[in-house]
Write a protein that binds this ligand. Sequence first.
Ligand SMILES: NC(=O)c1ccc[n+]([C@@H]2O[C@H](COP(=O)([O-])OP(=O)(O)OC[C@H]3O[C@@H](n4cnc5c(N)ncnc54)[C@H](OP(=O)(O)O)[C@@H]3O)[C@@H](O)[C@H]2O)c1
Length: 323
Amino acid sequence: VCRELGEPESLVIEERPSPLLGPDRLRLRVRACGVNYVDALFVAGRYQIRPEPPFVPGSEIAGEVIEVGPDVRGWAVGDRAIASVGLGGFVDEAVVPAAACNPTPATVDDPRAATMGQSYSTAWFTLTRRTHVEPGEWVAALGAGGGVGLATLDVARALGARTLAVASSADKLQRCIERGVHDVVNAGYEDVKDRVRTLTGGGADVVVDPVGGALSEAGLRALREQGRLMILGFASGEIPRLPANHVLLRNRLVIGVDWGAWALSRPREQRVLWGEVADAVTAGRLDPVAPTVLPLEAAATALRDLLERRVVGKLCLVPDAAR
Ligand SMILES: NC(=O)c1ccc[n+]([C@@H]2O[C@H](COP(=O)([O-])OP(=O)(O)OC[C@H]3O[C@@H](n4cnc5c(N)ncnc54)[C@H](OP(=O)(O)O)[C@@H]3O)[C@@H](O)[C@H]2O)c1
């Protein structure tokens, strides 16, 4: 529970009675809670939406249905579900609107299910809705060792693109290599613009940017003719000011991506989008990363590790009862 906005270490563990089940809701035995950068932003009070404490952080969960509200159709006790909840995910039992739930693809275990909803929806939305990646195009992912970055590379590969990982450390790039990326750029010591242009033979077609700061301008300038810079977020903590002359040059495009707001306001379209992701996972075209698993009590450590850039891939929290 976040009782006051601030550092992850201020989170406390509380026992609470089971919440009542509304008619349109499902009760889930939570098997795994995904940990996302946005959870740390909520706790710090640095997200666009600032909920008043006390609140429980945690924006995505995977679990098993243990009770079904009387108005709910299509769900039964024992079904496995993924839920995108915004808040309230770091729990062992959750009551969530059935509309916020999707069936867990049969081929995916709970830790992977709990960590793929946001990152894969975001990456799929970016590359198939906000732009349309064509087979053979070069897609470069900034922050490639993070959740959105790894999902972007996987989705780009599934769409037939050639992929480039840009990250700041050798272990993050090694993970990308193990997952079959075409080439890597170490932003810690290489010139990102020059390396991307060299490796792609003139520039990337698409740069996906969840990092911001100085890396965004390098990403923009690494684009070829009519290349697209996709702005997803600012994990660096710095919102970049991009020079418009480099947008004009080569007829480039800078495109905003706000999957969260889109999914909330268009639940039917999100359901279609998730169906596409789930089908691709089931068919083996997508391969979501297996996360590092920690106990639920380690929520603060998990958020701290994310903030300090120590995490390669994804993290999930597993409640006692699910271990
Ligand atoms: N627009 C949308 O629809 C949407 C959807 C989901 C997430 N997001 C946003 O995308 C961003 C990344 O999310 P994520 O889940 O991929 O997070 P993540 O797993 O923590 O990865 C973020 C990456 O950013 C890089 N980074 C650079 N400077 C950093 C800093 N000061 N602190 C932390 N990381 C830093 C790190 O890579 P290096 O160490 O290699 O630089 C890290 O791997 C977040 O801001 C999130 O809110 C946006």
